[in-house]
Ligand binder design. Structure first.
Ligand code: ADP
Length: 215
């Protein structure tokens, strides 16, 4: 695993804050024989990554967290509903051709295929479309419902699941996106309504924001 690489100076700052914190930026600079301005980027990185905490008028103190544990904690604290995107859905009767056009216009790699009442019936990914495009099928005539991966083989997530749990599913099932669903009763049967989309991109963005302290 790659972790945040701290410079020798940043490690020295951590040591100082660990042993003498809370301590002001001015005082740290004095101990290192540097100006406060020189230290500013280092202190920004250390606070953004969650290693140091800063309190106004108190100074810096050691949070006791490594950058890795800060990210691990975020993955378990943040919920799918906090970072999901809007779902991009298409009717199972739409042609493969129209589905490919939608994939381009909506700029997504996965389409969620729905039946009556917006109920999840399948998923169609880039590779599924490539597969149908290299065959002899008429893309205008073939419905997307014929070539998609179909329920009940769809891996889904919910609003309340943690990002960690959803990421685990993405890794275990080797897929790029999960439909976010909720159970609805239709004709006395439990069905899944699509209410969002969780992709590797959402998770990567969360990683970057947790690392930079901007989430
Ligand atoms: P790509 O086609 O770009 O490799 P994926 O890795 O997501 O995209 O898809 C691989 C296969 O898994 C495809 O056949 C797709 O239909 C299927 N698939 C994609 N997402 C899911 C999901 N959430 N649950 C079940 N199958 C999926």
């Amino acid at each position: 695993m790659t972790c945040i690489q701290l410079t020798a100076r940043q490690l020295k700052i951590i040591e100082i804050v660990k042993s003498q914190g809370p301590i002001t930026g001015e005082q740290i600079a004095g101990l290192l024989d540097l100006t406060r301005a020189t230290l500013r980027p280092d202190l920004a990185i250390l606070t953004m990554s969650g290693i140091l905490d800063a309190r106004p008028r108190v100074g810096y103190f050691y949070s006791g967290k490594s950058p890795q544990s800060f990210i691990a904690e975020g993955m378990r604290r943040v919920l799918v509903k906090d970072i999901k995107s809007v779902p991009v859905v298409i009717s199972e009767t739409a042609s493969v051709y129209d589905s490919i056009v939608m994939m381009f216009t909506e700029d997504v790699g996965t389409l969620f295929v729905v039946g009556n009442g917006g109920v999840l019936v399948g998923v169609a990914s880039r590779k599924d479309f490539l597969r149908s495009a290299v065959g002899k099928t008429d893309l205008h005539k073939m419905p997307v419902g014929m070539m998609m991966t179909r329920m009940p083989n769809i891996v889904t997530t919910t609003n309340e699941e943690t990002v960690y749990e959803a990421a685990r599913k993405i890794v275990d099932h080797e897929v790029d996106a999960l439909p976010v669903v909720r159970v609805v009763m239709i004709d006395q049967e439990d069905q899944l309504e699509v209410i969002g989309r969780l992709t590797k991109t959402n998770i990567t963005k969360l990683f970057v924001e947790l690392s930079e302290g901007t989430y």
